[in-house]
Design a protein around this ligand. Sequence first.
Ligand code: PLP
Length: 363
Amino acid sequence: RVWNFSAGPAALPEEVLQQAAAEMLDWQGEGVGVMEMSHRGKAFTTIAQAAEADLRELLAVPENYRILFMQGGAIAHNALIPMNLMGDRKVADYVVTGAWSTKSQKEASRYATVNIAASSESSGFTTVPALSDWKLSADPAYVFTCTNETIGGVEYPFEPDLACIGRGEVPVVADMSSHILSRAIDVSKYGLIFGGAQKNIGPAGLTIVIVRDDMLGRAMPHCPSAFDYKTVADNASMYNTPPTYAIYIAGLVFQWLKRQGGVAAIEAQNVAKAKLLYDFIDASGFYQNRIDPACRSRMNVPFFLHDETHNEAFLAESSAAGLAQLKGHKAVGGMRASIYNAMPLAGVHALVDFMRDFAARKA
Ligand code: PLP
């Protein structure tokens, strides 16, 4: 296997894939694989309940929050969030820090009046506006944030705790698609956390929603029943058939993460991995990262070659050296290395060694 730096769907822990392969035809003596099981049967119920309990433990999710296993991906939930949370309110506040939150606010404006409470667009989306600069509207249904911008490589260096600006009553919604489980968070600071699974959790097709009880039951009348968070919560994510195989793999990833020592232990590794790569880039004179150092993502590291005429050679040679998927997002250009939980420190060392060697040969 190669070192896979894809932004998502992304590398999964090898142990997880091996266990899934071993259980593919016969899950624990059931005589069938997980893909072939009824979602309402005893075996799959055990799998789903364990996955939920492990996720709850890993993120220390308080009891007054529900964990939903849904479909649609984060982009569908950009619409489902206003559909579910606006209630009687007219306005939703959005903090725009890059491509994903831009997309989220545009989608929300189809269902609500959107107020841009803060934006880092004038910086070229290289930073996160300080909480003290957020201009919330008088009575928003929620404040939307994307706490890790996968494309731009910008991550919140603080938790958006609105109590710090005297607005603790307003629920915070966070798209954590690309950094959930990579760092410790205080779930109680959020009204709703969501994300697609295909970066740090498991296969595409599963969307995780963690929602505070009091946010449920406000859906717009035309919100599809299968996407009404209260209906999904009331039916333990089994109102319709959930993405069963993706839930099973996510459950294996949660168990793997617990064996690594949980979120605090993986966070320490993520800090070390990101430091290794950013320190090398900064000192190289050959590569650069343009993000405010305080807001650099630990998960998604975009970088540029000072001399971009070497881009094609960099991609061809890195690929030949077993370093896959380093091409930057088309909206940004350059390169991007995504180093999620499943990427070991050894993979980042391999990348840095290649980058050092390439620079020495081309400089
Ligand atoms: N939000 C963020 C932060 C993402 O990285 C992505 C990436 O895929 C999305 C939303 C879109 O998710 P999906 O393609 O699962 O709808």
